[in-house]
Design a protein. Structure first.
Length: 272
């Protein structure tokens, strides 16, 4: 990890969604960093001193490592969010390990500074509460997915999750990394990917996997990807392009949708 020139707040969707007054509370303390693949943002048991906001196409995964060395991914975070001290106030020992899967720029803010900003602003606090809810939803869905769904569906889901956060169909991910994230042997995963390739959904090459038919890949995936995506839309106001790419966060739209839903529910109860 290296310190670099400051990337714009607009290169992280969560920061981009901040109101100007809220942005001013954080901007003086935002430290730019540059990650390469394999960097550990924090390890299990480490005190989490900073909240890290991936920018552009940087992707971080939260993973659990077992005593025998096996690892499994529990959540994927890109430019839509943040890792470290998001739910807590920071400085608590991390339960999971945060590993950079796709390198690039990021901003990080000392956890105490962010906590002070949240205490000073209701709108800032509300935005991070909404994001925390979405991150927890992703974690909970991952638990159910890993327990109940076959590897082909899980692999398709993971590729879709990564594709959501990038603006290209070419995913710079190796079979070794994907197998590690899914908690399976590489030889086993190769057979699964070959099946998706033979059905025209993906193309596999050295160091990359290309999405060829997103719609077919969505049909091959379990329902977990769609459920998490819809929760991000409903709670955080996530906006997706037709090709599935996540391009904006609009918490005001999510709040309006929530108010409408509550209003509709109240009307139905009154009518009943």
């Amino acid at each position: 990890m290296a310190v670099t020139a400051a990337p714009s707040f607009g290169r992280n969707l969560l920061l981009r969604a901040l109101q100007p007054a809220d942005r001013a509370l954080i901007a003086p303390y935002a430290e730019p960093v540059e990650f390469v693949r394999g960097d550990v943002v924090f390890g299990s048991g480490d005190p989490v001193s900073h909240v890290t906001f991936p920018c552009d196409h940087t992707v971080v995964t939260l993973a659990i490592t077992m005593l025998d060395g096996r690892m499994a991914e529990t959540a994927t975070v890109g430019w839509e969010g943040a890792v470290g001290g998001v739910v807590s106030q920071g400085y608590l020992p991390a339960f999971s390990r945060a590993v950079v899967q796709i390198g690039g720029p990021a901003l990080r803010v000392e956890a105490g500074r962010l906590q002070a900003a949240k205490q000073a602003s209701r709108t800032l606090r509300n935005l991070f509460t909404r994001y925390s809810d979405c991150l927890i939803a992703q974690l909970l869905q991952s638990v159910a997915c890993n327990a109940l769904h076959p590897i082909e569906q899980r692999a398709a889901k993971w590729l879709l999750t990564l594709h959501d956060r990038l603006s290209t169909d070419v995913l710079p991910i190796t079979q070794d990394v994907l197998a590690e994230m899914l908690g399976v042997r590489r030889t086993y995963l190769s057979g699964v990917l070959r099946g998706l390739h033979d059905r025209g959904m993906i193309a596999v090459a050295r160091g990359r996997i290309t999405i060829r038919d997103r719609a077919a890949l969505e049909r091959a995936a379990c329902e977990c990807h769609d459920r998490v995506r819809r929760h991000f839309e409903d709670v955080l106001g996530a906006v997706y392009r037709d090709d599935g790419t996540l391009v904006a966060v609009d918490p005001a739209a999510a709040g309006a949708a929530g108010s409408a839903a509550q209003g509709g529910s109240a009307s139905r109860e009154k009518a009943a």
